[in-house]
Write a protein that binds this ligand. Structure first.
Ligand SMILES: [Zn+2]
Length: 363
């Protein structure tokens, strides 16, 4: 086991913050969006149609090229920066008398995908779905039911926000409202695969990321469906645990009850890490969590209660630590087992020996 290397993870979620509740969309923007629904959906469809699994460099370059085209069309200055792997696309827009600089982080890669598991449409052939089933393609359609969904890999995570941002800029311009801030957009092509080029970019170009406000356009909406602002996010750290047994596989009929079973040992070790209620028992696991302030608690209390909805949606009768709501628990680190494996061969009566059961944990 590598040394414990947990990063500071305290995160604050504020939903329905009083200071934001008086916010109103600039006049004319909603009308502009309503008049451009087809173009917006078509732009998203086009972007989602490009396969985007990081590691497939030729595919990723096509995504980077499309992003360059889309942002250049909005008068952004665009750079494609990268070493081996998927490049970072960095788009910047300067406006006269800027009130400040606003930087967005978005990613354009998606998680690996198995097309055989897609039932309605293939991951890179997006299709519209309603609650009742597929929505037939109609080239003459100009409006879209807000309850319809576009199915396709990365539609929401994280290509939708790219298209939303581009069209927000269009809408502000068309209505004479802005942008009034300089805008920087970092488009990471390896967010699902370690962000190596983003790390290189951040190291090599610190001034490019100098900003007054940074916003990450990634992550879910609140389950209530209301617009959500998260102030801070939990980071991540991981370890791989390997438990060793004998120096060779041993037949369980001959050595069972004598040879220690690495799988059992690992299971017992993991079981010590959380209590029956889901609280992590590792020493000092929560030691650096800053307590919530009164303002933060008030904001969390003001968020809609979605516990019953979550239980229904995910078929979970009793969540971990049910005495606290999700939004409170998001402010603490969590311990998850991402993967469990053994060197044993299915159906073989052997107690696996060598670098056997391995688990990947993250918190
Ligand atoms: Zn994402």
């Amino acid at each position: 086991m590598r040394p414990f290397a947990r990063t500071a993870l305290a995160a604050t979620l504020l939903v329905g913050v009083p200071a934001l509740s008086g916010w109103a969309q600039p006049a004319g923007v909603a009308e502009w969006r309503a008049g451009h629904e087809k173009a917006i959906v078509d732009e998203l469809r086009g972007l989602v149609s490009l396969p985007n699994v990081a590691g497939n460099d030729a595919d990723m370059q096509k995504n980077a090229d499309r992003l360059q085209t889309l942002f250049t069309a909005r008068k952004f200055k665009v750079e494609t920066v990268g070493g081996p792997g998927s490049p970072v696309v960095f788009a910047s827009l300067d406006v006269p008398d800027a009130a400040g600089t606003l930087t967005f982080y978005i990613h354009y890669d998606g998680q690996p995908v198995d097309p055989a598991e897609w039932t309605h449409c293939k991951p890179f052939s997006p299709c519209l779905m309603s609650a009742a089933g597929p929505v037939a393609d109609d080239p003459a359609r100009t409006t879209f039911d807000p309850e319809w969904r576009l199915y396709g890999r990365s539609t929401s995570d994280d290509k939708g926000p790219i298209v939303a941002l581009l069209n927000a800029v269009d809408a502000l311009r068309a209505t004479g409202k802005g942008p009034t801030w300089n805008v920087r957009v970092v488009l990471d092509g390896e967010e699902e695969a370690g962000s190596r080029n983003f790390q290189r970019f951040a190291t090599a170009r610190p001034t490019a990321l100098k900003t007054d406000l940074a916003v990450t356009l990634d992550g879910p909406r609140h389950p209530s469906g209301r617009p959500t602002v998260y102030f801070g996010v939990r980071g991540g750290a991981g370890v791989t645990l390997t438990v060793y047994g004998a120096n060779g596989d041993l037949h369980s009929g001959n050595y069972g009850n004598w040879a220690p079973d690495p799988s059992m040992r690992l299971a017992k070790l993991l079981a010590t890490m959380k209590d029956d209620n889901g609280r992590v028992l590792i020493k000092d696991f929560y030691a650096d969590v800053r307590p919530l302030t009164a303002t933060e608690k008030a904001a969390l209390d003001a968020a809609p209660d979605v516990e019953a909805l979550l239980s229904k949606n995910f078929c979970v009768a009793t969540p971990e630590r049910p005495e606290q709501r999700l939004e409170v628990k998001l402010n603490e680190p969590t311990l998850s087992i991402l993967e469990l494996s053994t060197s044993g061969i299915s159906g073989r009566s052997a107690i696996p020996a060598r670098p056997a059961p391995a688990s990947r944990c993250a918190w």
